[in-house]
Design a binder for this molecule. Structure first.
Ligand SMILES: Nc1ncnc2c1ncn2[C@@H]1O[C@H](COP(=O)(O)OP(=O)(O)O)[C@@H](O)[C@H]1O
Ligand SMILES: [Mg+2]
Length: 253
């Protein structure tokens, strides 16, 4: 069973203390929402978990393997993958080639035929199979987000972090991303979903982590978190739903 243990993470950029002792644990294929105001440290936490940056102190273990000092490709091999708030595909490669790269780079021992088959299954599911021979740079912003979700599955990670997958996405693609999250989660993968879209968070997630000013101020079932006075105060209001909603709109602007 997947086990991620995040212990007492601290991260500083110059004089700015961005994470102040973040701790949580994931056991099994949980679907967890990570929310918090802009600047709370959500992306910084993701960057530490995937090995892009190193914490000043604290540890991260995935299935007993310490990953906080590893490079991103090593973390991917151990089994954690993420998408980026701003997509990062290989723009001068085709859609299919973009999917082949992570599968081959990680060398999971799949045959080329199996990789090709898997890539097509993923593209069909994401409804971009007709774009398979287009250069990634020709895709719309939303389609690039879908491609990034597809690339992630080629890694076959056990833990997936999705950094704002709905931001800037055309409403017609929302349902595809919803289905992706549910299906990937049901296939046994743990997912951390970062989003300002409270509707999607409350529909999809069974557990919420709330980060505010680099501190995890809540960790529990959405209904409880919603009523938590500390959380309500962090969102600066009396009606938590409405204020979370305002925050979402501000972040989309
Ligand atoms: N590389 C960096 N150098 C300096 N400051 C940074 C860097 N990355 C993030 N920050 C700062 O850290 C804080 C948290 O940012 P971030 O993790 O992106 O928050 P969130 O994703 O929750 O909006 C912000 O104040 C941001 O400006
Ligand atoms: Mg962010």
């Amino acid at each position: 069973m997947t086990n991620l243990v995040v212990h007492d993470l601290h991260k500083r950029f110059g004089g700015l203390q961005v994470l102040k002792g973040v701790e949580f644990e994931i056991n099994g294929a949980e679907l967890i929402g990570l929310i918090g105001p802009n600047g709370a440290g959500k992306t910084t936490l993701t960057n530490i978990l995937d090995g892009a940056i190193k914490p000043n102190s604290g540890t991260v273990y995935l299935n007993g393997v310490r990953i906080d000092q590893l490079a991103p490709y090593q973390v991917a091999k151990v089994g954690l993958g993420r998408t980026f708030q701003v997509t990062r595909s290989f723009r001068r490669m085709t859609v299919l080639e973009n999917l082949y790269v992570p599968a081959m780079a990680l060398d999971r021992g799949y045959s080329k035929a199996r990789i090709a088959e898997k890539a097509m299954e993923i593209l069909e599911f994401l409804t971009i199979d007709h774009l398979r021979n287009e250069y990634a740079q020709a895709l719309s912003g939303g389609q690039q987000k879908l491609l990034e979700l597809g690339r992630l599955l080629m890694h076959d990670p056990e833990v997936i972090i999705l950094d704002e997958p709905f931001a800037g996405v055309h409403p017609s693609l929302m349902e595809i991303i919803y289905n992706y999250i549910n299906r990937v989660n049901e296939s046994g993968k743990a997912i951390i979903l970062i989003s300002h879209q409270m509707d999607s968070i409350f529909t999809l997630c069974k557990r919420l982590l709330v980060l505010n000013g680099g501190v995890l101020i809540a960790d529990g079932p959405p209904d409880e978190v919603k009523r938590d006075p500390t959380v309500i105060e962090a969102y600066l209001g009396t009606d938590e739903d409405e204020d979370m909603h305002h925050d979402a709109q501000a972040s989309q602007a």
